[in-house]
Design a protein around this ligand. Structure first.
Ligand code: FES
Ligand code: FES
Length: 151
C-alpha cells in the first residue's frame, strides 16, 4: 500500500495488518515516533494524520491510505527545526526525552488551532500525553514560548 509520510509517497506491506506505528518504525525506519503503552493511553506514539494528532499504536496503517501523515522527522523545514522543537531545546523540556516526539506533535496541532494559548489551555490540550520524568512545567513553558513566537 502507498502511504504519504512527511510529504513522500512510500510503500508499506499491510499483509499482517500492522499498526501505523509498526509500519513507521519497522518498515520505514522512522524511529522518532516512540512505543510507550501500546494502547492509546500515553501519547508517545502520536503523529499527525491530516493535521490531527493520533496515537499511531492503535491506528491500523490501512486507515491512513490517502491521508497525509507527519511524524516528528517531518516537522523541520529546510534543516530548520519547527518553533516547538526549538522551544523544547531552549527550555530544556525533557529528561530522558522519550515522551518528547509525541508531546511536540500534539503541541504543533494545538498551536495550529490556537497559536497563542494560555498555560491552562496548554495543560488541557496536553492531557493525553504522559511524561514519566514529570517535566510537565518545562513542557508547558516550551509550548507557551513557541506560541508567543508563532502568534
Ligand atoms: S504508545 Fe501509543 S499511546 Fe502509548
Ligand atoms: S522526559 Fe522522560 S518521559 Fe518525558
Amino acid at each position: 500500500m502507498k502511504i504519504n509520510v512527511n510529504g513522500k509517497e512510500l510503500t508499506i506491506d499491510v499483509t499482517a495488518n500492522p499498526s501505523l506505528l509498526e509500519a513507521l518504525r519497522e518498515q520505514l525506519d522512522l524511529t522518532g515516533t516512540k512505543y510507550g503503552c501500546g494502547e492509546g493511553a500515553c501519547g508517545a506514539c502520536k503523529v499527525l494524520v491530516n493535521g490531527t494528532p493520533l496515537p499511531a499504536c492503535i491506528t491500523p496503517a490501512v486507515t491512513v491510505q490517502g491521508k497525509k501523515v507527519i511524524t516528528i522527522e517531518g516537522l523541520e523545514t529546510n534543516g530548520e527545526l519547527h518553533p516547538v522543537q526549538q522551544a523544547f531545546l531552549e527550555v530544556d523540556a525533557f529528561q530522558c526525552a522519550y515522551c518528547a516526539p509525541g508531546m511536540i506533535i500534539n503541541a504543533v496541532a494545538l498551536l495550529e488551532k490556537n497559536s497563542n494559548p494560555t498555560k491552562q489551555e496548554i495543560v488541557d490540550a496536553m492531557n493525553g500525553n504522559i511524561c514519566r520524568c514529570c517535566t510537565y512545567p518545562q513542557i508547558v513553558e516550551a509550548i507557551y514560548q513557541a506560541g508567543k513566537q508563532l502568534a
